[in-house]
Every structure is written in structure tokens, then in C-alpha cells.
Design a protein around this ligand. Sequence first.
Ligand SMILES: [Zn+2]
Ligand SMILES: [Zn+2]
Length: 238
Amino acid sequence: MNFQLWGRKCLDILWPPICAHCRRGLSSSVSGTLCHSCRAQLIPLEAPFCLRCADVSNLVSALCVSCRNKKFACRLIRAAFLYRGPIHSWVYSFKYRGRFPAAQEAGRLMARNWARFRELPPPDILVSVPLHFRRENERGYNQAEILARAISKETGIPVLSPLIRVRETQAQWKLDKKSRQRNIAGAFKVARPGDVLGRRIVLIDDVCTTGFSLEACAEALKERGAIDVCAYAFAREI
Ligand SMILES: [Zn+2]
Ligand SMILES: [Zn+2]
């Protein structure tokens, strides 16, 4: 038994691992964030959904009400799962409880689910949605970057970090839809234009709610010469 494995076994005895959702103890055969039964309740994003933003509500033929007759910098949004049920606890565990291995596991799952979306071909680079440096310092990491790095490890697609968040914004979930758009507009800037010019990019984020953050990132990337910007999230709120 190597030292790392031995260390983990000791920690497991002191603090037995529990499911992030139902809080039941995880059996030794389960290495992950959720128990078998909670994991089985995850709902994959499946058609029918809006062909642009993957919203499954308010569909008007192929597009939803928000996407009809509009142009977007972020051409396409997809997600591995719907943001319903136990996935809330999974996201909470890496976003607010400091469990970054839960984000690595989520990233691996995103990589495996990517193949279901043929309309989202592998890009030149992956770019994570940045946090403001103050929030990243508080949390100790950017969860979207951990997702991107885990996907990169599985797929070989490189990760670059050309974007920065130039102003602190309020947490989007605290705001209504109109305020969310105002809150996030112009919040991102490309700090390294050389990483972006002529590149096809997929933005990576944990949860897509309205798509406004993704759109603001995509606008900044397109302004600096990205030729195509799409997005892929762990979960899609509907
Ligand atoms: Zn459970
Ligand atoms: Zn839509």
C-alpha cells in the first residue's frame, strides 16, 4: 500500500466518507461524492431542448423564447445534467464546502458525457469562466478551472486562462433575470489576446442558469478574435 492510499484509509477510519446528498455512509466500493442510489437520480440533459441554450422549458419549435430571432456570441450551450435533485448537493460540495475532489470527479463525468453532443466538436482550447480574484482567494480555487483541467486530462484538449473578471459581481442566484444581465455585462476582459486569436473555444462552467455569464465571456473572447465560442456546463438550471 503506498503512502497516499494508506493516508486516505486512515482518514476514512477517522471521518468515514458520506454521500454529499443523503449523508449516508459510503461503502468502501464507492469512491466519489454521491452514493449509488443518489447517483442513479442524476438526470442527463437529453432532447428535446433549445438547440442554442439547452433550456428545456419555453420551447418554441427548435429554439426557446429567449433565443428566437437573436444573435449570440456564445453559439451553443450544452450541459451534462439537469440541475435537479442530488446534483445540487454535488455542486454545493465543491462550490461552498471546499471539496475540490468533487469538482475533479464532476469534470471526469463531463468528459465522458461530451460524446453525446455531436454538435459540440472538440475545440482548440478550453477556457474556464473566471472568478473575481477576491472570491477565488476566499475559496482557494476556481471550481470551473478544476472542471476544465479534469476534462483536459481525459480528452487531451488544452486549457488556457485568457479571461479575467474585471469587477466583482453579486452572486447571480440572488438576482432576478433582468438584474442578472446588468450585473454581469462587461464583467470579463481578455488579458492574454494571443491565447484567443483565431481559436475555437469551449467555455467551461459548473452551472448554467440564464447563460448571461457565458455570453459576457463569449463577447469578450469574440472581440479579441476567437472564431467560435460555445459552452459546456456540468449542470443546466431550467
Ligand atoms: Zn446518497
Ligand atoms: Zn434557448
